[in-house]
Design a binder for this molecule. Structure first.
Ligand SMILES: NC(=O)c1ccc[n+]([C@@H]2O[C@H](COP(=O)([O-])OP(=O)(O)OC[C@H]3O[C@@H](n4cnc5c(N)ncnc54)[C@H](O)[C@@H]3O)[C@@H](O)[C@H]2O)c1
Length: 349
């Protein structure tokens, strides 16, 4: 493994013994979005488990771009446990023939620019791709499938209390940016449909914004932009007023939720994956990053003169994680420490 911070994260997570990893021994995983943040961290964790616990887990990594995949997994290749399966979801059929036991479906459009400029493709990847992955799961009579959803499916919720899984808010269907949130709503609905009609073991994980060690150098979501500005001592520029209240979770806390849900989640249901303590406005988060990690060099400035880049509308919601906690899961890492570890990781390269 290439980076000490990431290796420490994975090693300490496994050592902590929160998950009964032996239940994955000799099983085959199909993981989509394998070159993305969540997919790659899940795969790295499984490969590390194979190394230290000798679990003989096989991983079929669903990828779109071979070059990117080879770069990300360079330090693991050749590893007989890992194979790549090239597929453009929503476009190509999935024709994997061997047996699959677990599926983690983490592929999705995640760039706001793509959502705005290519909403048709965004919906096709989400709905078409998820339907094909669910069909694969059905053919394999898999033990469990986890669909990685998002807190964005809630839309704008006008509620004072914390958001439960049964709450649902408003999504503007005339805004192309909603291709992501509404697409994910439909994907969750497809999961419910496959569970109800075919008895498929499938669960949805509604992730809060997830970041930490493991992000790619090309990552451009807001958490990476803040960290990059602080490292360079440049101003953190907000392109909105920053009033939206974000819900955040550290990468390895999200990965532990994924494994807990695969083993203990209730089929046909959805779970919020958030750290309730990691809740703040974008502006306050930017201030914290500037103050704590730039050595006093960065300021927070607001520039909303830019054309609309497709930001999700302002939301004020606080994700309740008690349903996930009731499965024995907990989040360990706070917001400041998330940035601290991610910035150390980025500096190490
Ligand atoms: N990271 C977060 O903050 C966060 C928050 C909420 C939900 N999620 C969800 O978690 C999942 C994983 O997100 P991530 O953070 O790893 O994002 P990411 O952008 O790092 O990875 C997404 C992956 O999906 C792949 N992909 C996109 N379109 C595809 C297609 N048509 N065919 C095949 N592969 C395709 C990309 O190549 C990439 O590997 C996504 O469903 C995302 O919506 C992430």
């Amino acid at each position: 493994m290439e980076n000490d911070i990431l290796r420490d994260d994975i090693a300490s997570f496994i050592k902590e013994g929160q998950i009964e990893f032996t239940k994955f021994a000799n099983k085959v995983f199909f993981i989509t979005g394998a070159t993305g943040l969540i997919g790659s961290l899940t795969i790295r964790t499984l490969l590390y488990l194979n190394k230290v616990e000798k679990l003989n887990i096989k991983i079929i990594a669903g990828i779109r771009n071979e070059e990117k995949a080879e770069k990300i997994y360079r330090s693991y290749l050749p590893d007989k446990a890992l194979s790549f399966y090239k597929v453009n979801l929503g476009v190509d059929k999935i024709d994997i023939t061997g047996k699959i036991d677990f599926i983690i479906h983490a592929a999705s459009t995640t760039s706001s620019k793509v959502m705005i400029n290519n909403p048709v493709e965004t919906i096709r990847t989400a709905v078409g791709g998820t339907r094909d992955v669910l069909e694969l799961a059905r053919k394999n009579n898999i033990e469990s499938m986890l669909y990685i959803s998002s807190m964005e499916i809630y839309g704008q919720v006008f509620k004072k209390n914390k958001i439960l899984e049964s709450d649902l808010g408003y999504i503007d269907l005339t805004n192309p940016r909603s291709s992501y949130s509404e697409g994910k709503r439909m994907c969750e609905m497809l999961c419910t449909a496959y569970y109800t009609q075919y008895g498929l073991n499938v669960i949805a994980a509604r992730l809060a914004q997830t970041f930490g060690p493991g992000i790619l150098p090309t990552e451009n979501r807001v958490f990476a932009q803040f960290a990059k500005s602080a490292i360079k001592g440049e101003d953190i520029v907000l392109h909105t007023r920053g009033l939206s209240e974000g819900n955040y979770i550290y990468t390895m806390d999200a990965i532990s939720a994924i494994f807990v849900l695969l083993l203990k989640g209730k089929n046909g249901e959805a779970y919020n994956v958030s750290n309730e303590n990691n809740h703040t406005t974008i502006r306050n988060m930017a201030k914290m990053v500037a103050e704590e990690f730039s050595g006093g060099k960065s300021r927070v400035v607001v520039d909303i003169s830019e054309v609309n880049w497709g930001y999700a509308p302002d939301v004020k919601m606080w994700l309740d994680n008690s349903k996930l906690k009731s499965l024995g899961w907990r989040a360990d890492i706070g917001l400041r420490e998330s940035y601290n570890r991610m910035i150390m990781y980025m500096k190490q390269g």
